[in-house]
Every structure is written in structure tokens, then in C-alpha cells.
Design a protein around this ligand. Structure first.
Ligand SMILES: *Cc1c(COP(=O)(O)O)cnc(C)c1O
Length: 392
């Protein structure tokens, strides 16, 4: 199909649920992407957080190829070795836990919500935060503290209270005899790169312990190395009760996971929750390759070093260009808040061959692959600088 035919076919046959950028990609390697006309792009937002190893990482590709030739799928009423390997590996990186396999971030969060309700034995209310994002299925949407995503889909499932982020008094004010959990992202991604304060998180942990509440950390975007630790909660010195994962975990294949503290994990027993495709040999094999590559290639270290380098570059842009309100971030997850909408800047960068994102209308979001290099950062920053100076 030629370019225009592809656009026309989408218009005719694919539901228009996404705001589309008119680019057709056919190939990717590392932080580079090529479109159908063979124009090259530098990808500073690979796969909305999925592409933490860049596109088509060789170890992930060979793991997938190897598994495809042996066994692609086996249902969850049987055993296969890859789930065992992956669950064990996550116990090494996280905390003593048992895991549930699913296919996406929303599904992992649905699992966490169902887990909480079962755990609560009648307590069911979950406290979540303004500007959070937990996914598009109905309960995940109810947990998401942004009205714009809920509008038109009422009735929204009950049992969620949304309070101000980083506000312990607001959390305490929302507690009731029915409260069972507090659920948050430690760095709100979709909501504009808002970082949870350390004292707040420590106090939340303490509060949850005192009141027998589950602390659920949504690491769908922050997990798997993005903030310079395997999991973002490790920057805070706390251990959550439940962690949800997806995006970067599979290196591009769809996998979601819920990690639950071992002592309470058997709350869900046979027949209580399920996902047909969850944790197939194919996706587990890919995830294992992702985790091993992060370790072998010292990508947590690279994330910290390149994150620091990117931060300096962004701060110097803030000094030299007008209209930048704030630079916020951690590891390789950065937001640049402008005092105007960022759409035109994203478009300028795209035309110059740099892909970035704008979220929450005014926040430019940069989340390059964890194996990004200084040279690639320099190239991206040059384009961004021109954009900031030239776009009125
Ligand atoms: C993307 C995202 C989700 C939803 O993940 P899907 O795989 O799109 O369902 C949930 N939580 C956070 C923090 C996310 O960034």
C-alpha cells in the first residue's frame, strides 16, 4: 500500500479512537525509526514507554525468534518454564512476591483493584490521586483522577476517591471504614511528569501499615529501569504491597504483570481471576531478555548518567530560551512545562526528524530508550532548541 492508500484505509475501516500523527513507520533499530518514505527519525518517546531498550533490540528479537520456533502459547491451566523463570527473576529485582500475568497496564491495574476488594472482605474503597492515569478499562478509568477521560462513559464504577497528589491531609480526610487501598504512580506520566515527594510516600507507607491498607504502586510507566532503578519505588526506600507493570516489560510484546507481597498473595485462589493470553511462553521469553539486557548492558547505570546529562541540557535550554516554566523528572523520564501548549513544538521537532510527546497540553515529555547515547541526546537537544526558539 502507498502512503495515501494507508491513510484512506484507516479512515474507512479503523475506529478513530486515536489522535493520529500522519507518519507511517516501517522499520526501527535502537533509537532510530524509518518511515515509509525512508526518512529517518530519532525517537525520544519510543512506544509511549514501551521501547525502553529501543526498537528491535537484538536480544529481544532472538529470544522471540527462538520461542516462536518451540511453543508460542499454552493456556494457564498448564505449566511452562518461562513463567517460572520470569516470576523468579522478578523476585530477585523486586521483593518477595507472587505474580499474576496479564497483557496490559489497564489489565494489571484491574487485577490490583479486584485483589484489593477480595482482600478487603467488605472494605472496597481505593484512594487515588488527581492527574493520575491508570488505564482505559472501566475500573482503571474510575481510578484515573482526570475527569476528561471519564466524560461520556458514566456510570463510572463506584468505590474510588480522588484526592490531591502529595497531600497527606487529603488522604487522611478521605479515609473511611470502607477504605482498603491507596493507589498511585510515583511519577505521574500522563498527568505531566509530577513527582511524588519522598516525605509524602514515606508517610503514606506508614499510614497504610497503621490502617491495614494496601499500598498499590502503578509502575506501568516508571517500571523496568525508567527512573534509574528497576522500579521507581526503590528510589523511595519503601516496599509496596502491590506493584503493576506493563509497557517496557516485554520489549514491545504485550505483557502486563501484578506483583503482590508473598504473605497476602494467596488472597486470590483458583477461579477468582484469569487472563487467557496472560504470560504466554512468547511474551515471558521476551521479558526475560529485557531484564537480562538491562543487567548485562548496565542500563540502570546508563539511565542515571544519561538522565543527569539530559537534565543539564534541559536546564540550559530553560536558561537560554523563553517560555519554559519548569523542568521535572527522574532517570530518563523528563517533562518540560511550557507556558503555552506544546503541540506546535512537537510538530516542528517531528518535521526535523525528532519524535517527542506533549502531555497535559503544556508539558513536553521525553522518555528516550535506556541505552540512549550522549551523541543522540546532543542531536535531539539541538532540534529542540531550534524548536523552542523558532516556534512562536
Ligand atoms: C500507560 C499506562 C497505563 C495503561 O496501560 P495500557 O497498557 O495502555 O492499558 C496504566 N498506568 C500507567 C501509569 C500508564 O502509564
Amino acid at each position: 500500500m502507498k502512503l495515501q492508500e494507508i491513510f484512506d484505509t484507516y479512515k474507512e475501516y479503523i475506529m478513530p479512537t486515536y489522535t493520529k500523527t500522519p507518519l507511517v513507520f516501517v522499520k526501527g533499530k535502537g533509537s532510530k525509526l524509518w518511515d515509509i518514505q525512508n526518512k529517518e527519525y530519532l525517537d525520544f518517546f519510543p512506544g509511549w514507554g514501551v521501547g525502553s531498550l529501543g526498537h528491535c533490540h537484538p536480544k529481544v528479537m532472538s529470544a522471540i525468534r527462538d520461542q516462536v520456533s518451540k511453543l508460542i502459547f499454552i493456556p494457564n491451566n498448564y505449566y511452562h518454564p518461562q513463567q517460572a523463570h520470569l516470576a523468579k527473576e522478578l523476585n530477585f529485582w523486586a521483593f518477595p512476591c507472587k505474580v499474576f500475568f496479564c497483557n496490559s497496564g489497564a489489565e494489571a491495574n484491574e487485577g490490583a483493584i479486584k485483589f484489593s476488594r477480595k482482600y478487603g472482605q467488605g472494605r472496597y474503597e481505593i484512594i487515588t490521586f488527581e492527574n493520575s492515569f491508570h488505564g482505559r478499562t472501566l475500573a482503571a478509568l474510575a481510578a484515573t483522577g482526570q475527569k476528561k477521560y471519564q466524560a461520556g462513559f458514566e456510570p463510572i464504577p463506584e468505590g474510588f476517591k480522588t484526592v490531591k497528589f502529595n497531600d497527606l491531609a487529603a488522604v487522611k480526610g478521605a479515609l473511611s471504614a470502607k477504605t482498603v487501598a491507596v493507589m498511585l504512580e510515583l511519577v505521574q506520566g500522563e498527568g505531566g511528569i509530577n513527582i511524588a515527594e519522598k516525605e509524602f510516600v514515606l508517610a503514606l507507607r506508614k499510614l497504610c501499615d497503621e490502617k491495614n491498607l494496601l499500598l498499590i504502586v502503578d509502575e506501568v510507566q516508571t517500571g523496568i529501569g525508567r527512573t534509574g532503578k528497576m522500579f521507581c519505588y526503590q528510589n523511595y526506600g519503601i516496599i509496596p504491597d502491590v506493584v503493576t507493570l506493563a509497557k517496557a516489560l516485554g520489549g514491545g510484546v504485550p505483557i502486563g504483570m501484578m506483583l503482590v507481597k508473598k504473605q497476602i498473595a494467596d488472597t486470590l485462589g483458583p477461579g477468582m481471576h484469569a487472563s487467557t493470553f496472560g504470560g504466554s511462553p512468547l511474551v515471558c521469553k521476551a521479558a526475560l531478555a529485557v531484564l537480562r539486557s538491562i543487567q548485562k548492558e548496565k542500563l540502570l547505570q546508563n539511565t542515571l548518567e544519561m538522565g543527569e546529562y539530559l537534565k543539564e541540557k534541559l536546564l540550559s535550554l530553560q536558561k537560554n530560551c523563553s517560555g519554559i516554566k519548569e523542568i521535572r523528572g527522574m532517570g530518563l523520564m523528563w517533562g518540560m512545562e511550557l507556558n503555552k501548549p506544546g503541540k506546535a513544538i512537537v510538530e516542528y521537532c517531528m518535521n526535523k526528524g525528532l519524535l517527542i510527546n506533549c502531555t497535559h497540553d503544556t508539558v513536553l515529555r521525553l522518555m528516550p530508550a535506556l541505552n540512549i547515547t550522549r551523541k543522540e541526546i546532543n542531536k535531539a537537544m539541538k532540534i529542540l532548541e531550534n524548536a523552542l526558539k523558532e516556534v512562536k
